[in-house]
Design a protein around this ligand. Structure first.
Ligand SMILES: [Zn+2]
Length: 391
């Protein structure tokens, strides 16, 4: 029977090692576009996984870091477990030098500390403990997937993640746990649409009538596009970037909109894209301006199905045993967990350490959450091995 309080006591002894490895990884700049840094972080994790008996495959993704797949066959009759993480952060080169890993009491901070370097390190230590305890022998296999381009929506990794998800029976995802213990049991769909306008430049003083403004054509779209949102129902369309023009005294020859889309499910997402297309294609503008658009939904919705509810119920049970808070939430943000959940693979997300102000310069992890969250994760994996949860 899974004893998470015992796991917590054993993981407590590993906490200095977890913090040291987290520090090492946080101090490596590994923004999505920094292939060398992403690979340096993967080197650290691959080394530990190999030491635990995993076979590590690394597939270079052009322009990005490697896609790492670490596999361990366990020979049990139980589920094939997929553990999903990423090595990239949202931060550009140089940030780790200005904002290195540091600890102040119960807080550790630094680029990507909670999203998600500490979480992967924590998960590897949970796996190490369970393997030493022979607590995973009921599983058919464990596969750890580390994505290099998650923070930009995993455009180059989706097919690979989906292929791994199709061969899995359970998926545990290491995005940060929310303050007060929030685990993610569902997510909306996330999309991006890019609208470009090409007008005619002309001097605003001497040749105004020769110009056709690209900015004017796109400005007319902003209000109607954002009006498609219905935030209480999980639907939004937000112009995140509006750029245009060349000089103050020149009629703008170019303009662009980057539109963020959120929808509660895939069908609502399709309707939203159709509505965006209608607005872009039918809003009147100077016929000399050419308006084009591209894009759509890049992350499917993560529906909450019974298998996910069963995983969550176990997490609640383990949280209660550890006196660690656990509650469920449906997020409007995307994660790679959606690529597994869409195939009906029971998926639970938010299994990392408790993280505040994720993806801001104020991001920090509650140090005191690391051991209980690692123990809950260990409990879920052990419970899967015991046949307490399956597809
Ligand atoms: Zn993340």
């Amino acid at each position: 029977m899974t004893d998470v309080t015992r796991y917590a006591a054993l993981l407590e002894q590993e906490l200095p090692a977890i913090l040291a490895m987290s520090e090492r990884c946080v101090n490596i700049d590994s923004g999505s576009y920094l292939a060398g840094g992403v690979n340096a972080v993967i080197d650290v994790w691959a080394g530990m996984l190999q030491g635990m008996g995993f076979t590590v495959e690394r597939n270079p993704l052009p322009g990005f870091g490697d896609q790492m797949t670490a596999r361990l066959a366990l020979g049990g009759n139980g589920p094939r477990l997929l553990v999903l993480g990423h090595a990239d952060t949202v931060w550009p080169a140089g940030v780790a030098a200005e904002w290195p890993f540091s600890r102040d009491g119960d807080r550790i901070t630094g680029p990507g500390v909670g999203d998600m370097k500490t979480n992967v390190v924590m998960a590897l230590h949970s796996l190490k403990l369970l393997l030493a305890e022979k607590a995973l022998s009921g599983l058919a296999s464990v596969t750890v997937v580390i994505v290099p381009d998650e923070e930009i929506g995993s455009p180059g990794s989706r097919a690979w993640i989906e292929a791994e998800a199709k061969q899995a029976d359970l998926c545990l995802t290491l995005e940060p746990c929310r303050p007060n213990g929030g685990l993610v049991v569902g997510r909306g769909a996330v999309g991006a649409i890019y609208v470009n306008a090409s007008g005619v430049t002309a001097h605003c003083g001497s040749a105004l009538e020769k110009g056709a403004s690209a900015v004017k054509a796109l400005a007319a779209l902003v209000g109607p596009l954002e009006a498609l949102g219905d935030p209480p129902n999980g639907l939004s369309a937000t112009v995140g970037i509006f750029k245009g023009g060349e000089a103050r005294q020149v009629v703008p020859g170019s303009a662009e909109i980057h539109l963020d889309l959120r929808a509660p499910d895939d069908a609502a997402g399709e309707r939203l894209v159709a509505a965006v297309a209608r607005i872009v294609e039918t809003t009147p503008h100077d016929p000399r301006v050419i308006v084009t658009w591209r894009g759509g939904f890049t992350r499917p919705a993560f529906p909450t199905h019974d298998g996910t509810r069963a995983l969550f119920a176990l997490a609640e049970e383990f949280g209660a045993a550890l006196k660690a808070p656990v509650f469920s939430l449906v997020s409007r943000g995307g994660s790679d967990g959606s690529f597994a959940a869409r195939f009906g693979v029971p998926t639970l997300d938010g299994l990392g350490a408790i993280t505040h102000e994720t993806c801001s310069r104020r991001e920090y992890v509650e140090v005191s959450s690391i051991v209980p969250r690692a123990a809950i994760l260990a409990g879920l994996m052990a419970a899967a091995s015991e046949g307490r949860v399956s597809r």
